[in-house]
Design a protein around this ligand. Structure first.
Ligand SMILES: [Zn+2]
Length: 385
């Protein structure tokens, strides 16, 4: 069997332009064949159109709980970014490897594939599951199909490491995310006769005022905590409404994002905004029944919150030779694994999110080597001898 080192694997993976809108099947086929050559049993879980797939590869016995290593195969777009190198032709430059996905997070995928090449010579005491998902960058979409599939497994992994870039620090928690679409319905009228209509843009602005007031309240009332932004955030990211300056606008729509601390319930925040919407539109509805604001959740994943003294946390820290743990500003599929499958989960991977999603994304070669070393120790730990 022909195995490759971590850096060669990373170069291969970067060459597949798996921007979330594209198919990831060529990359997944390459990884599946490689992992099968290393002794894995593999399974693909496709999307509805069969343009994309999650890959699950299992090494070792099926009938006992084991360890899962999880990461995403998709990358964010490069369109409009000013790259000085070809984003899909990895370039090694002194201590760094440049390319889209080098840090977020094909570096981890490459380190996993390099590390499992030792498994044919070993005997695993418990299974090692490798899971590469699609469409993570657009809201942890793809992995949900894999999670549904996992619900049918006789035995689930008991522990999971997600290899998002943390500079190989053990992250035990991150915020959840909710995206909600707010549709404001007014009544159109001639702008010279505004009293005959209800301005939907003004309805939107009134609700946005409520959102900003709620944000202010959260900033001042949230107890101190280890997050770099130590409170739940709300932001309006897009808005569109109105047809023409001489028409009272009938429709206005904006998208709201909530990034919640594990202890804050985004459902309760949305309830608060629903109540505010009802209050804002009540007096209009006496004259115009069609006036209203509809708030619809269009994407959501939960926060991750693993106890600092959980056995998994101590195990991963010892394998990394780093006694510290951290809380992340960005989200992962870890909250879904924890909530939907009860799998203890931490995030630990090579590279830094400081370089993620940016032009000239890179990973330090030292980080890749450290990750490969960490994974080697992890495999040692679950092997006989
Ligand atoms: Zn990522």
């Amino acid at each position: 069997m022909k195995t490759l080192d971590t850096e060669s694997l990373l170069q291969r993976l970067i060459a597949y332009p798996t921007v979330s809108q594209n198919s990831n099947l060529e990359l997944i086929d390459f990884c599946a064949n490689y992992l099968e050559d290393c002794g894995a049993t593999t399974q693909l879980v496709h999307d509805a159109e069969r343009r994309k797939a999650n890959l699950h590869a299992r090494f070792g016995p099926e009938d006992i709980a084991g360890v899962a290593l999880s990461g995403h195969s998709d990358v964010v777009p490069v369109t409009g970014q000013n790259w000085s190198v070809d984003p899909f032709n990895a370039r090694i430059d002194d201590d760094r490897i440049y390319g889209r996905g080098s840090a977020d997070m094909k570096g981890f995928l490459a380190a996993v594939m390099a590390a499992v090449a030792t498994i044919p010579d070993r005997q695993l005491q418990q299974p090692l599951h490798v899971m590469f998902s699609y469409d993570e960058e657009i809201g942890c979409i793809g992995v949900r199909r894999l999670i549904d599939e996992m619900k049918t497994w006789p035995v689930l992994p008991s522990r999971c490491v997600i290899g998002e870039p943390t500079s190989m620090q053990t992250a035990i928690a991150h915020k959840g995310k909710t995206v909600a679409r707010c549709e404001c319905h007014g009544v159109a009228a001639h702008s010279a006769l505004p009293h005959l209509g209800v301005n939907a843009i003004y309805l939107a602005l009134d609700l946005i005022d409520e959102i900003r007031a709620l944000q202010g309240k959260l900033i001042h009332s949230t107890p101190a905590n280890p997050y770099s932004v130590p409170y739940t955030t709300l932001q309006v990211g897009t808005i569109e409404g109105g047809l023409s300056v001489n028409i009272v606008p009938q429709h206005c729509r904006f998208d709201l994002e909530i990034r919640n601390l594990p202890e804050d319930d985004p459902g309760a925040l949305l309830e608060h905004l629903n109540a505010a919407s009802a209050e804002l539109t009540e007096h209009h509805q006496q004259h115009f029944a069609e006036v209203g604001i509809d708030i619809t959740v269009i994407n959501q994943y939960p926060a991750l919150d693993t106890a600092a003294d959980h056995g998994l946390v101590n195990w991963i820290k010892s394998l990394c030779d780093n006694d510290q743990h951290t809380h992340l500003a960005f989200g992962t599929e870890g909250g879904l694994f924890q909530r939907d499958l009860g799998i203890a989960t931490v995030v630990c991977g090579p590279g830094s999110m400081d370089q993620g999603h940016k032009p000239d994304e890179f990973i330090d070669r030292r980080q890749l080597a450290d990750c490969k070393h960490f994974l080697g120790r992890l495999i040692d730990d679950i092997s006989v001898n």
